[in-house]
Design a protein around this ligand. Structure first.
Ligand code: MTE
Ligand code: MO
Length: 306
């Protein structure tokens, strides 16, 4: 039968939208012809028509083409326009994530089975890069906490690692950071309902340059914590290395909560520019999520622990 589930169904990455839509229609027709009239065309795209999360901001999403053409993904170039071109070389199917360390169900999981762990939701989040640009994106995924519960992890921290394929990616010298790209969260941060394990955006799979096929979105932290194209998730007892923190610890802390009161040594963090807009906005503590996330950090000096 022609109908396939994600992640195999990824024509959107290799063909123009028009062709993609036509193929979807073709598949729907084929299903009816094959006696499966009950199969809705939507079944071909698990990323669209998903539940809208109450955790969404009501702000207007940034246009998709801005979000997908101005990226930080250093493995594919240090200029913002480069990842959209170079990440085309990334093969996102099949995709295996290795779950390691202190989890009862440590194992290799394919993307399909990870995506079935919990119902997909659309979560519209603000996202703030440490370089002072911001975006609002309808991400698609579910809380990282659902994944952590599913694998029955019991640890103090969780460590993440991005794919590293030297054939299609820069070397560390060219990228200016050690590779593979790594990140980490304290377990209570990782368990926070806002922390999102993300597979898509704008009703479609993630574009490669935005971290396909599976990434993290931690909306109250600077963007670099939101690691892309994850191949390893390891549960550990000690604070794991985080790429920008080990590259330049005086400029980038492990926590990296968005904090307009603590300037970057080379620039202010007090304001930001939303992609597609000209006037600057004030940056809010915890990127505007303070009411939801301040609690895990009570008793911690966030100026010292930045
Ligand atoms: N593997 C990997 N993940 C990464 C990065 C990177 O260079 N490599 N850049 C980070 C930074 S600095 C930001 S701001 C966000 C950007 O996400 P976006 O391109 O989807 O907006 O991805 C983060 N995740
Ligand atoms: Mo960033």
């Amino acid at each position: 039968m022609l109908i396939r589930k994600a992640p195999d169904f990824r024509y959107s990455e290799i063909t123009p939208k028009q062709v993609y839509m036509n193929r979807r229609r073709f598949l729907a027709t084929a299903a009816i012809g094959g006696g499966l009239a009950a199969v809705d065309a939507r079944a071909a795209n698990p990323y669209s028509g998903v539940v809208k999360s109450p955790l969404s901001t009501t702000e207007k999403p940034t246009p998709l083409n801005a979000v997908a053409s101005y990226n930080n993904y250093y493995e594919f170039g240090t200029q913002k326009e480069e990842p959209a071109q170079r990440a085309k070389a990334l093969k996102t199917s099949p995709w295996i994530v290795s779950v390691e360390g202190a989890a009862a169900k440590s194992q290799k999981l394919d993307l399909d089975s990870i995506m079935k762990i919990a119902p997909l939701e659309e979560r519209i989040y603000r996202h703030r890069c440490v370089e002072t640009w911001s975006i609002v994106v309808p991400w698609i995924g579910f809380s990282l906490s659902a994944f952590i519960k599913h694998v029955e992890a019991d640890a103090k921290f969780v460590a993440f690692e991005t794919l590293y394929d030297r054939k299609i990616m820069l070397g560390p010298g060219q990228a200016g950071i050690p590779l593979p790209y790594v990140e980490g969260l304290r377990m209570d941060e990782a368990m926070h309902p806002l922390a999102l394990l993300c597979f898509g955006m704008y009703g479609e799979p993630l574009p490669n340059q935005d971290g396909a096929p599976i990434r993290l979105i931690v909306p109250w932290k600077y963007g670099f914590k939101s690691i892309k194209s994850i191949v390893k998730i390891k549960f550990v007892q000690k604070q794991p290395p985080a790429t920008w923190n080990i590259t330049n610890p005086t400029e980038y802390g492990f926590y990296s909560n968005v904090n307009p009161a603590v300037d970057h040594p080379r620039w202010s963090q007090g304001s930001e520019r939303r992609l597609g807009e000209f006037t600057k906005r004030k940056t809010l503590p915890f990127n505007g999520y303070a009411d939801q996330v301040a609690q895990p950090y009570t008793g911690i000096d966030l100026r010292k622990n930045f």
